[in-house]
Design a protein around this ligand. Structure first.
Ligand SMILES: [Zn+2]
Length: 451
């Protein structure tokens, strides 16, 4: 028998899945994700998994967001950890940057985590040129990772086959979506992927579908596709030469949208994307080398560390001059954090405008979830709210332009109908699991939703 248990499933973030199977009379388990509850959620202390009483053979990570990997250090040392190869590198970059930062209090912990991520305990999914190899290391289990589109790059859904005598085929098939969306550049491929790889063109049926439902409580949010957002950004950037950007350092698709928009807006020249620190630059280079090898769109060629005094040459026929001079002359898109240490960058341009050195004010594009800036939101970030209030007082325009990393309800319904699970639909990563029965899905599927 196969058993699927979800912990902390009725909230957004910190959801953990444990799948139990039997092989030659012995129980084996895998866990999917072990992350922390998000700030502002009802859970004040995350549950403790009973590692001794219900041991797991391996932990699989869908992607690198903190609500999916945040508790990795609590996993007992004997348990192997599986993740995407680019996710591993991006996570090492994050932990090393935090470990070497003097603005972080528990720096040592981060360096320890970086060591863990580099250790042999971590096993990366292997891409063989057309798909990822199935993992068959756990007795009675076969796990197939499939790349999905999300606001984290190198995110996966898993197809898990467990030996199961109670099924006619001898196998119980579970599809675990992880976090995903249909409106990213690669989002619509998911439906084709379900028909081809998951269903093997009708030769394999899925028994259980474990599916995220973040947007079920955010259905009022207007959702742009990444290309639509890129188009809006290009229009905005062509009107604003000096643009600062607030965007997650690991949201490769949105960074791509803004980077490409800046190039479009600067045609026939090039518009640099400047990074507020070396860490961000390292992440951009990682994405260029990895994602950029699959598609030109993900290549961040015109990037530099923001350092106003640094001497650079904009084009082959230009003289060497300071970066500040180049920024003022040709415009830019500069990624910053809405924190005090980035105020000096904005301040320099506000001053230059007041002194008549440049002829327009700098602007800020805010491309993260608006909830962080809403005073009465449980997840509000007061320091960020202060930062933006201060900039607006100085006359800096703040333009909100963001798109969600999660599937709309329409996409959730499309996926459920396409997967057509024979046994059960298990909503997770959602504050409104009950709302799944209101989705436009076939009647017989509604009866299979786990209560
Ligand atoms: Zn996520």
């Amino acid at each position: 028998m196969t058993n699927i248990r979800i912990y902390q499933g009725n909230q957004i973030g910190g959801c953990v899945t444990v799948i139990t199977g039997t092989y030659k009379g012995k129980t084996h388990r895998i866990m999917i994700d072990y992350g922390s509850s998000l700030a502002g959620s009802e859970t004040k202390k995350d549950f403790d998994y009973p590692w001794d009483d219900e041991p797991v053979d391996a932990v699989f990570f869908t992607h690198y967001h903190g609500d999916h990997v945040g508790r990795i250090m609590e996993i007992p040392e004997s348990i192997p950890l599986y993740m995407g190869p680019i996710a591993q590198k991006a996570m090492i970059n994050i932990q090393e940057a935090l470990g070497n930062s003097d603005r972080v209090t528990n720096a040592k912990e981060h360096l320890k985590e970086a060591e863990l991520l580099k250790s042999k305990r971590v096993r990366c999914f292997h891409y063989n040129g057309s798909y990822y190899d199935a993992i068959k290391d756990i007795p009675g289990f076969s796990i197939e990772p499939y790349s999905v589109d999300h606001s984290a790059y190198d995110a996966y859904m898993f197809l898990i086959e467990t030996d199961d005598e109670s099924r006619k085929t001898g196998k119980y098939v579970t599809l675990h979506t992880g976090d995903f969306r249909g409106h990213g550049r690669r989002g619509q491929k998911m439906i084709t992927l379900i028909q081809s790889y998951v269903h093997k063109f009708g030769k394999r049926k899925v028994d259980a579908l474990v599916i995220e439902g973040t947007m079920m409580s955010r259905s009022k949010e207007k959702v742009l596709s990444e290309p639509q957002m890129q188009y809006k950004a290009a229009k905005y950037l062509s009107r604003h030469k000096y643009a600062f950007l607030v965007c997650s350092s690991t949201n490769v698709d949105s960074l791509t949208s803004f980077y490409q928009a800046a190039q479009m807006a600067a045609f026939p020249g090039k518009r640099y994307m400047y990074a507020y620190n070396k860490y961000l630059l390292k992440q951009l280079r990682l994405y260029s080398d990895t994602a950029g090898a699959f598609s030109e769109a993900y290549r961040f060629d015109n990037t530099a560390l923001m350092d106003f005094d640094y001497k650079i040459q904009y084009g082959p026929f230009d003289d060497y001059t300071t970066q500040l001079e180049v920024m003022q002359r040709y415009g830019f898109i500069a990624v910053i954090k809405p924190e005090e240490f980035c105020e000096k960058y904005l301040g320099t341009f506000v001053e230059a405008y007041k002194n008549g050195k440049i002829h327009e004010m700098p602007v800020i594009i805010y491309s993260m979830w608006d909830g962080y800036l809403e005073k009465d939101n449980k997840a509000a970030k007061p320091e960020w709210i202060d930062f933006f209030e201060k900039q607006e007082q100085k006359g800096v325009e703040v333009y909100h332009l963001h798109t969600s990393g999660h599937a709309t309800s329409k996409m959730l319904a499309q996926v459920i109908n396409a997967v057509n699970p024979q046994d059960e639909i298990i909503p997770m990563h959602t504050e409104r699991p009950e709302a799944f029965s209101e989705l436009p899905i076939r009647a017989e599927l509604k009866d299979r939703i786990r209560k």
